[in-house]
Write a protein that binds this ligand. Structure first.
Ligand SMILES: O=C(O)CCC(=O)C(=O)O
Ligand SMILES: [Fe+2]
Length: 498
């Protein structure tokens, strides 16, 4: 029992907030309860210490200003148990920041527990289990926001005002938040982004007066100098770090007339199979671009097969982005059921040692996975061809509101995650050589959460698969023991749905 307790606490502490969907959701639920409790006790209340009262008001104001909804009516927002905040990167930033600063300041006031006994004990109980969000949590979330902004090339003003795509919320960022995000950009040498976020901070300061304009301007001056120092015409087409296409003048918003190298470079290297250009193509394809010819498109198969129950039970695990549960074989009785379905679906043996144990993935807002090959397992110490991953089967366990596609950067394919569907590809050709077109990654989740699972099928035991002496021929897909029709020379494939 003791061992288990220790394990749970350590596990909880290791998983930092921005990576863990379940932790973020728990924090959101906890906060909605505590906000409701504050509201009711502050209305009834007795004598509250004026400073505590000020802190509680500050906290509640922030909470109701960024509760993840468009129409806020106080009761509705705190009573509703639905998850809103942790599905939106801006709301999540506000949530973590509020708990880390405002709630902590309030709880640590020496009069707080005298005035709010029940709430005091509830916070203590929560913190025992999950710990306070740390500055690193907020930094990671700021990086996620920068990533979403960069990869999808979003309009910064709309984004910071709570509009993402067609989804609006009441969560917005003020001048201090924009400054904090620019600071993260400086810290990670993303000077182009830092300039944009500082300009935003400057504009917002004019209205909200929350930061020192002089300080922001000074910082902006320094960042522009840094950008200009590192900018050099001759490195324009080198991919790192990312700059604008010219030096920036020290006049307001001059960056708006500069082209982002991200876009120039993408134009120049779109579709390039060079590994060096993969991230550029990742950004393009994540943003919805595809660059296949019709003939190439015709090689993609889409078939509907009956496939339902197996995925539901796996949800709810405390796995975080790319922290997969590969080390513990799934003992669930559904596991064999799932394996059987996968075997029928693919014609591959996926049970026992023929495949790796199912591994779970989860992506919270802003989380992503850089482009890579699957062909080698990082878990297996024995890196012989027996353990190579012949095929990757990826199951989508959830829908994602926005973003989170799986993209193949040299093929220019973009697969949207759809709950209950799976994506299957071979990492090798039938002659045993690697298929370099399988370079792929997971796009940042913009809104919502993404749950997926991987079943990697090992090369070793798939002897029933015909090998070939022909160079670079692709394996066929055997669904329910029937090989799917391959494209004809005209590129046409008969459609098959069963
Ligand atoms: O989440 C995705 O879309 C890709 C995941 C992946 O490629 C992997 O886990 O190896
Ligand atoms: Fe992968």
């Amino acid at each position: 029992f003791n061992y288990k307790r220790k394990y749970i606490i350590e596990w909880g502490q290791k998983l930092i907030y921005p990576k863990s969907i379940t932790k973020l959701e728990n924090l959101e639920r906890f906060e909605s309860h505590i906000a409701k409790a504050f509201l009711s006790s502050i209305n009834v209340n007795k004598k509250i210490h004026p400073e505590v009262q000020r802190l509680v008001h500050l906290y509640l104001k922030d909470y109701f200003e960024s509760s993840g909804r468009i129409n806020i009516n106080t009761d509705d927002a705190s009573a509703n148990k639905e998850i809103h905040i942790s599905k939106n990167p801006i709301c999540t930033y506000r949530l973590l920041r509020r708990v880390q600063t405002l709630l902590k300041d309030m709880v640590f006031h020496k009069q707080f527990c005298h005035n709010f006994g029940v709430e005091c004990s509830n916070v203590a109980y929560y913190i025992m289990q999950y710990h306070w969000p740390k500055p690193e949590d907020l930094e990671m979330l700021a990086e996620n926001i920068l990533r979403i902004h960069n990869v999808y090339d979003l309009d910064a003003e709309q984004f910071t005002n709570g509009w993402i795509s067609t989804a609006g919320t009441n969560c917005s960022l003020n001048s201090i938040h924009c400054y904090e995000i620019s600071f993260m950009a400086i810290k990670t040498d993303q000077f182009t982004s830092a300039i944009q976020w500082l300009e935003l901070a400057k504009e917002k300061t004019l209205v909200d007066k929350k930061t020192s304009m002089v300080f922001i301007e000074y910082l902006l001056w320094k960042v522009i100098e840094q950008h200009n120092m590192e900018y050099d015409e001759s490195v324009k087409m080198e991919l790192e770090p990312v700059f604008f296409d010219r030096e920036i003048n020290h006049i307001q918003n001059d960056f708006k007339n500069a082209t982002k190298l991200r876009n120039l470079q993408y134009k120049a290297f779109k579709g390039s199979k060079e590994r060096y250009h993969a991230y550029l193509n990742f950004q393009g394809v994540c943003s919805g671009d595809t660059f296949q010819t019709d003939k190439q498109k015709s090689h993609l198969f889409c078939c509907v097969v009956s496939y339902q129950e197996a995925t539901n039970r796996i949800q709810g695990s405390n796995s975080s982005f790319h922290l997969s549960l590969t080390t513990s074989p799934c003992k669930h009785s559904n596991a064999r059921h799932l394996e059987k379905k996968l075997e029928a679906l693919t014609g591959l043996v996926v049970s026992g040692t023929a495949a790796e144990t199912l591994s779970l993935l989860s992506y919270s807002v802003g989380a992503h996975l850089n482009p890579h090959f699957d062909k080698l397992s990082f878990m297996d110490l024995d890196k012989t061809p027996y353990n190579f991953r012949l095929a990757s089967i990826m199951l989508y366990l959830s829908d994602v509101e926005l973003g989170g596609a799986t993209v193949f950067t040299s093929l220019g394919i973009n697969a949207e995650p759809i709950k209950g569907s799976l994506l299957l590809w071979y990492n090798f050709f039938t002659d045993g050589s690697s298929d370099f077109d399988t370079f792929h990654g997971g796009c940042p989740v913009i809104l919502g959460a993404k749950w997926a699972a991987n079943k990697w099928v090992k090369y070793g035991t798939q002897l029933q698969h015909k090998c070939s002496l022909k160079r670079q021929e692709r394996f066929q897909f055997a669904v329910n023991n029937v090989y799917l029709p391959m494209p004809s020379s005209s590129g046409e494939i008969p459609r098959r749905e069963d």
